[in-house]
Design a protein around this ligand. Structure first.
Ligand code: B12
Ligand code: SF4
Length: 457
């Protein structure tokens, strides 16, 4: 049985992102001796002829499509990726009757809606390593295709991998690793899956589960050695929170140091679990920056957003970063439940006082089903009980809805080193490409302090 795996993610902001989920799937297929071919549409000029050539050359029995993103979760300049995915599925369907299987984080968030919208044959919600293989075996045995149920949306009997060290290391051989490094500035790696925290809007626990499953640092470093073999020396650790649990994070850093792996890396971090000792190990193992999922710097708003830290934690973590020389950024989500112009102003002023390398300021929060935010929005009459969530809906507290955009436009002018993705301020494709052409690697926001000129679309 031949399998064609397609990555239709052509988003290049903030950077083109290596399709790590598909590399995990490719490894699972290889381990099961199932021939697989990769088609990554990210850098392809003509997606239709690329699909046509891949199908003609490889003659797949099944086509797997990895839907990473649904939309760019940015307000007001929101972009949905679903119309492009639809074109991809239509192109495949025009050419052949091969079953199309959808997967990826995007699908996991809106499975029924996306399956209907894209008219695909099967969908797998959640991790693909076991479920995809199981589905392929059932399709091969004639159980599934054209026989109606088991079901369009297939749930693996094994579900999520209990032991991440037992699944094979991602197989990156079918991808252009170099291009992701030059055009996207980094590769990526995962040291754990899952998040136990309860931020009201967050989809990560839905996608990865709410219990952390940790990888052995030696396996993580085996994978880093393979990445170095591909010339990839700059990485983003894609964990929901790298620095929790602290001892696991320390273990990963120590192993990198002990093996003398020459890499640079960055990650998401939670301000509550930042200690001087951990930061020291992170710096010594090549970490150049951390991005805090701060959301707000107003204590009542932090509670409303379900965060597990306070302003004091934010100030403490920022101080340790500054003192140790670690670049750090605060990601803010203005407009959550209970936000007023006064609380928003306090957040901005307080974060400014923490002297971050930059802050990434989002206005409004994209609402997804099965989150606490969706319940709040429903109770407040902001969404309809029949809302299908395919078109992005943003939660913006009523108290600031009329003022916040013009206020932020003005505010951004006084803060030329801060990033406002929804307004395309300091995050544009042109700027991104120019910097990458100079060979700059790592997250581009690390350089914001050095750029005093602003760019706007
Ligand atoms: C790390 C990360 C980033 C980093 C990536 C850095 C890097 N170089 O890798 C940065 C900060 C750059 C980033 C940017 C963006 N991100 Co992001 N990101 C993540 C995060 C936390 C992890 C993604 C990851 O690598 N996971 C690890 C891999 C192994 O898992 P996976 O891809 O899900 O694959 C597994 C399964 O899904 C499944 N699977 C995958 N494909 C397939 C295919 C088939 C056929 C099958 C059967 C199964 C299957 O099996 C895989 C293995 O188990 C996720 C949240 C999350 N927890 O998933 C958000 C997430 C993917 N991002 C999201 C978004 C929106 C974005 C941005 C658009 C935001 C923005 N406006 O900038 C950009 C887009 C960038 C781009 N070019 O695509 C959303 C996507 C869903 C949505 N709301 O649309 C997520 C889910 C977060 C969220 N808000 O809900 N992101
Ligand atoms: S925002 Fe971060 S810490 Fe909060 S639930 Fe999501 S992944 Fe976990």
């Amino acid at each position: 049985m031949n399998v064609l795996l397609i990555s239709p993610n052509i988003e290049t902001l903030p950077d083109p992102v290596f399709p790590l989920g598909l590399a995990y799937l490719a490894a699972a297929l290889r381990e099961n001796n199932i021939p697989c071919h990769i088609l990554d549409l990210c850098f392809v000029a003509d997606y239709e002829s690329a699909i046509e050539s891949a199908i003609n050359a490889f003659k797949p029995d099944v086509i797997g499509l990895s839907l990473r993103n649904v939309d760019n979760v940015s307000y007001p300049n929101s972009i949905s990726y679903l119309p492009f995915y639809q074109k991809v599925v239509k192109t495949i369907k025009r050419m052949c009757s091969t079953p199309v299987v959808l997967g990826g984080s995007g699908l996991a968030l809106l499975p029924d809606q996306i399956m209907d919208y894209l008219e695909a044959d099967y969908g797998i919600v959640g991790e693909g390593e076991f479920a995809f293989i199981e589905l392929l075996k059932r399709l091969q045995a004639g159980d599934g295709a054209n026989k109606g149920p088991p079901c369009k949306i297939f749930h693996s009997e094994n579900g999520m991998a209990k032991d991440l060290d037992a699944i094979p290391l991602p197989d990156r051989s079918g991808f252009d690793n170099r291009l992701y490094l030059t055009k996207g500035g980094m590769g990526n790696i995962q040291t754990k899956r899952g998040c136990p925290f309860k931020c009201i809007y967050c989809t990560y626990p839905i996608i990865e589960g709410n219990q952390m499953r940790l990888r052995d640092p030696t396996r993580v470093c085996d994978e880093i050695e393979r990445l170095l073999g591909y010339g990839v020396d700059t990485l983003f650790i894609v964990d929901s929170t790298f620095n929790y649990p602290i001892d696991h994070a320390q273990g990963v850093c120590r192993e990198i140091i002990q093996r003398r792996l020459t890499i640079k890396w960055s990650c998401y971090a939670n301000p509550r679990f930042v200690t001087p000792n951990l930061l020291d190990l992170m710096l010594k193992s090549g970490c150049t920056s951390v991005e805090f999922g701060t959301d707000s710097a107003h204590d009542a708003m932090l509670v409303n957003m379900g965060k597990n830290f306070t302003i004091r934690d934010l100030q403490h973590a920022s101080k340790i970063c500054r003192e140790s020389g670690m670049a750090f950024c605060h990601s803010l989500l203005l407009g959550g439940p209970g936000e007023t112009m006064a609380t928003a102003q306090q957040t901005l002023d307080t974060v400014q006082g923490m002297l971050p390398t930059t802050a990434i300021v989002m206005i409004g929060t994209r609402i997804f089903p099965h989150t606490r935010l969706a319940e709040i929005a429903l109770n407040e009459g902001m969404i309809d009980p029949n809302e299908d969530f395919l078109d992005p809906v943003f939660y913006i507290s009523r108290a600031i809805q009329n003022e916040i955009l013009s206020f932020i436009e003005g505010y951004s002018k006084q803060n030329p080193t801060w990033i406002f993705p929804g307004l395309n301020i300091n995050m544009t494709e042109r700027g991104q490409r120019t910097l990458r052409r100079f060979g700059i690697k790592g997250p581009l926001w690390e350089f914001m302090k050095r750029l005093d000129k602003r760019e706007k679309n």
